[in-house]
Design a protein around this ligand. Sequence first.
Ligand code: 5RP
Length: 219
Amino acid sequence: MNQDQMKQAAGEKALDFIKPDTIVGVGTGSTVNYFIDALATMKDSIKGAVSSSEQSTERLKAHGIEVFDLNHVDSLDVYVDGADEITPHMAMIKGGGAALTREKIVAAVAKEFICIADSSKQVDLLGTFPLPVEVIPMARSYVARELVKLGGDPVYRQGVVTDNGNVILDVHNLSITDPKQLENQINAIVGVVTNGLFAERAADKLILGTENGAQVIEN
Ligand code: 5RP
C-alpha cells in the first residue's frame, strides 16, 4: 500500500465507530477527506456533522451532509481527525492544514477523539514536523521573538490566512520532551490563538493505516 492507500484505509475504518442518529465531529486534511467520502455512504443514518474548517464544510455539503454550527450542538460523541505526528501516548502535532484552532475547539467538545493517520505519522518524540502556531496578525513579530526564547525557529507561513483571519508561524527545531507543558507555555504568549500541540486533549483512539490495512490502537 502507498501512503494515500493507507490514509484511505484509516479513513474508511473510522466508519465502524460512527453511531446512527448522531452528529459527527469532522476534522481537516487529506486523510479526513477519505473519511468524509466514506461518511457519505451512510449519510442517511446520521444527523449531520460539525466541521473544523471551510474546506471540510465544502466537501461535506457537496456530499449532501448537513453541517451544523457548533453553537447549536450540546455534545458530540466522536471527533475524527488526522495528525502530522502522533506519539505512543497519543499526543499530537496538528495544524499542517492551518485548521488547528477550530480542530482544537471541536475536539474539546467531543467525548472521543479518533485520530486517523498513515504509519508515517507515528513518532516517539514530537517536533520533527514544525509546530504550527496560529497568531493574531499584529502580534506576529512579538510572538516569533518569544518562540525563539523557547528554543524554536519560527517561520512565517507566507500567503496563508486561517479561517479565523489569522496567520501561522511554523516553529522548527523544537525538542518536545514535555508536550503538555510546552502546549500551555506557548498558549500563554499574548497574541497566540492556539498552537498545534494536542497533548492536554490527546487522541483516545488511533486508526493507523499500515501496509497490512487499518489497525485500531486504544489509548
Ligand atoms: C490540519 C491538520 C491535519 O489533520 C494534519 O495536517 C494531517 O493532514 P493529512 O491527513 O493531510 O496528512 O491538522 O490542520
